[in-house]
Design a protein around this ligand. Structure first.
Ligand SMILES: *Cc1c(COP(=O)(O)O)cnc(C)c1O
Length: 378
């Protein structure tokens, strides 16, 4: 049962998750912490990470979809859970019955949650989301009075309790971006209006990981941290995980499937975008884009084999890619670390993000369902 998988696997260090939650709580000492575990905890495993985060003092768990939240509740996660990405006809009643905080950005959602609360015979815990400038989910300032008024009326009739007022940043990963102060001002105005109308929220919150790390005035009552909980830096400009006091929780490892000598001038992988310069040793890494290795990082992605960081040679294929060991010896079964912790000399998710022209969020989150997770510190 507990044998280490041999092809490719993601080691998830739950002690790192706990340490990161504690570090983030120190960065936001007056606020509570929500561990955001959407998308299977950014690929790290939602249930294991939610529990580890709670053990380290996270008092809230956040997900995008109601199904993610309901699955955690069903698996035994207690305490506050919030989810925010709703569509008409969503499982409102199940969420109300499970005591999950639901986000409402507009009138249609408030209507549906009131009906669900009536059907459940329970008060729904509702958090009103303000669009303070992101231009995605959330209620526009011009529509806020109508939404707040309807929520206060629903509160009076007993179907709804407004437990939170919240918003989300557009550019928190670019400290000093002018939109940040504009969003904070809009948020304070929208809070003040709702509170004047009689809303008494348990929590007011706007900060994601980068705002938690860089902008104390954004912490309010609660900070919502996703990526930083997993020990990954939200943006290169903010620093490395170590500089931010974080430890990467995921190490993606594979076993070499084949090592062989090839002559000079040998093409490697589809399209022959790589040609060996001299006689050399090629190693086959049995992980590909079906596992979440970005094909965009073909020819660039770094991999640690035999104590040296090598580059992907040629194209990343669906299930495998090749590295050129420059003649160094190795054998089938040797370990290849695709990314992990720079403090151990390993390539990082941030390195792969650069190689694939994307953000580190995507690198860890895209690690696929075919990759087993192996938990350390469970
Ligand atoms: C994903 C998400 C977060 C967490 O963002 P990080 O930058 O990963 O900390 C917070 N709030 C909302 C609304 C989100 O969708």
């Amino acid at each position: 049962m507990n044998e280490t998988p041999t092809r490719v696997y993601a080691e998830i260090d739950l002690d790192a998750v706990r340490a990161n939650v504690r570090a983030l709580r120190e960065r936001a000492p007056r606020a509570e912490l929500m561990a955001v575990v959407k998308a299977n905890a950014y690929g790290h495993g939602a249930l294991a990470c939610a529990k580890a985060a709670q053990e380290a003092g996270a008092t809230w768990i956040g997900t995008a979809t109601p199904d993610e939240a309901l699955a955690l509740r069903a698996a035994g996660v207690e305490g506050r859970i919030m989810c925010w990405l709703w569509t008409p006809g969503g499982p409102w009643q199940a969420a109300v019955e499970a005591g999950i905080d639901v986000s409402v950005s507009g009138m249609w959602a408030l209507d549906e949650v009131r009906q669900a609360a009536r059907a459940a015979g329970r008060t729904a815990r509702v958090q009103l989301k303000a669009d303070t400038g992101l231009g995605r989910a959330g209620c526009q300032p011009a529509d806020w009075a109508e939404l707040v008024g309807a929520a206060v009326a629903a509160q009076a009739e007993g179907t709804v309790e407004v437990t939170g007022l919240w918003s989300h940043f557009a550019c928190a990963d670019e400290p000093g971006h002018p939109s940040i102060q504009l969003q904070l001002t809009a948020f304070r105005d929208m809070l003040a209006y709702a509170e004047k109308e009689g809303v008494e929220p348990e929590v007011r919150h706007i900060a994601n990981s980068p705002a938690t790390l860089t902008l104390p005035e954004s912490h309010f009552d609660l900070v919502r941290c996703g990526l930083a909980v997993y020990g990954v830096s939200p943006a290169p400009e903010l620093g490395t995980p170590a500089e931010l006091g974080l430890r990467p929780a995921m190490t993606l490892k594979a076993s070499l499937a084949l090592v062989k000598e090839v002559p000079a001038g040998h093409g490697v992988s589809y399209g022959h975008h790589y040609l060996t310069e001299a006689e050399t040793t090629l190693a086959l890494v049995p992980a590909g884009y079906a596992d979440g290795i970005p094909r965009h990082a073909s020819g660039r992605g770094p991999v640690l084999v035999g104590g040296k960081v090598r580059r992907v040679a040629g194209r990343v294929a669906m299930d495998q890619f090749v590295v050129d060991l420059d003649g160094d010896p190795a054998q089938a079964g040797d370990e290849a670390v695709i990314f992990g912790d720079a403090e151990r000399g390993e390539p990082t998710a941030e390195d792969w993000a650069r190689a694939a022209d994307t953000i580190a969020y995507e690198i860890v989150t895209r690690i696929g369902g075919r990759v087993p997770r192996v938990y350390l510190g469970a």
